[in-house]
Design a protein around this ligand. Structure first.
Ligand SMILES: *Cc1c(COP(=O)(O)O)cnc(C)c1O
Length: 401
């Protein structure tokens, strides 16, 4: 059986975790701090904080910006549930919009969805291909005049926050620059299936205007992620430094040094090993599918964007949803694991129960109903890629003829 996306775990990863364990420091500590510095340098931003997931990291952002009941957050209908769930957690309303043919949020649809209640826009870099972030930032800036600030953070920014869901796109490029330095705040995921993993984990890259102090924000998010405690465990190890305060009841979502130990190894070999292999696998799929009219190969690169090659989101030309499902069953019979990214939010029972209708998002439905994500992972060999291609072509031949 060819799996879909097992993590890359080798002796180097195991040794790094063992060293962290033997160091005696297993919670947030020197390895997490080092990982954050290296991530910030990679993204070209002043500060990055590493936390325990994309979800908790980005939920902290919504809470920091004071988003809650009565507020609206614009996001694509085509995304993983986490993007919308965090908006529900803070009591605000997810305003869903449609996507373009390349799966990313449609800036025109965002423009139409803007209202005086809009406090945040969350584009999603689906599959690793960056959304049109320049257009989204421009739309947020146009909203200066109508923005109703409710607290000092909102007054300082003076417009809706752009929080990028870059769960898939660490290492992708926009106009020659790594993802992280375009949105106000960019959220990464280091979940086990993502390009760069810490088993579970996430990070925020801060790129707010200079009216915000990046160092102070970093400290504040550390406090928010640790019960609101004014000192973390590392600071308390200084002799006599036992006393602390809690000025706000915070949350608990810090990264451990065991996770950061994995992340440091992953980061070390990301550009020279992980990405090149993923890119080569995608190129091999492209060679098989791009010129075959039965398929629509995913966009991975254009004039100003390059994917992180996280997913290979193949589409089957003119397939209906049931045909796509039958193709997946036929592929599975050939011992190949594939996936669908994602079931659109309006098709999940919770969100349909909230009144969202898939009929309002025609591109989302079309993209979803024809989509099959193929295996992409470091240890996948060229021979296995060829097996996947053969399995997909046979299945499509069987179902679509
Ligand atoms: C994985 C994923 C998330 C959530 O990441 P976690 O680190 O698991 O919280 C959010 N958005 C998208 C698009 C994802 O694929």
């Amino acid at each position: 059986m060819i799996p879909f996306s097992p993590p890359r775990i080798d002796d180097r990863t195991i040794k790094a975790v063992e060293e962290a364990l033997r160091s005696g420091w297993i919670t947030t500590g020197p390895r997490t701090k080092e990982f954050e510095k290296r991530l910030a340098a990679y993204c070209g931003v002043p500060k990055v904080i590493a936390l325990n997931s994309w979800t908790n990291a980005c939920e902290l952002v919504l809470r920091w910006f004071g988003i809650g009941p009565g507020d609206e957050v614009i996001l694509p209908a085509y995304t993983y549930c986490a993007t919308a769930n965090i908006v529900m957690h803070v009591g605000a309303k997810p305003v869903l919009v449609d996507v373009r043919d390349d799966f990313t949020i449609d800036p025109e649809a965002v423009r139409k969805a803007m209202s005086p209640r809009t406090k945040c826009i969350m584009p999603v870099d689906i599959g690793g291909l960056p959304a049109d972030i320049d257009a989204i930032v421009a739309i947020a800036e146009e909203a200066h005049a109508t923005f109703r600030a409710a607290n000092s953070e909102q007054r300082t920014l003076g417009r809706p926050l752009v929080l990028s869901d870059a769960a898939h796109s660490f290492g992708a490029f926009i106009a020659g620059k790594p993802v992280g330095a375009q949105a106000d705040i960019t959220g990464f995921s280091f979940h086990a299936v993502k390009n760069l993993t810490t088993a579970e984990g996430g990070a925020l890259a801060f790129n707010l205007p200079e009216s915000f102090d990046a160092e102070a924000l970093y400290k504040l998010f550390n406090t928010m992620s640790l019960h609101g405690q004014s000192k973390d465990a590392l600071a308390k190890t200084q002799p006599g430094a036992w006393r602390y305060d809690v000025a706000q009841p915070g949350w608990k979502c810090n990264m451990t040094d065991l996770q950061a130990a994995i992340g440091l190894v992953e980061l070390d070999r990301y550009d020279n090993d992980t990405i090149p292999r993923r890119k080569a696998i995608s190129a091999r799929y492209n060679a098989a599918f791009k010129n075959d009219p039965r398929f629509v190969a995913p966009l991975l690169k254009d004039a100003d964007r390059e994917s992180s090659y996280h997913l290979y989101m193949l589409r089957i030309t003119n397939a209906r949803e049931e045909q796509r499902d039958a193709i997946i069953t036929a592929i599975a019979k050939q011992e190949v694991s594939v996936n669908v990214h994602f079931i659109p939010l309006p098709m999940l029972s919770f969100y349909s129960g909230q009144g969202y209708r898939i009929g309002d998002y025609p591109n989302t439905f079309l993209n979803y109903s024809r989509e099959i994500s193929l295996p992409v992972y470091y240890d996948l060999t060229d021979a296995q890629v060829d097996e996947v291609i053969a399995a997909v072509k046979a299945a499509v031949g069987e179902v679509m003829s």
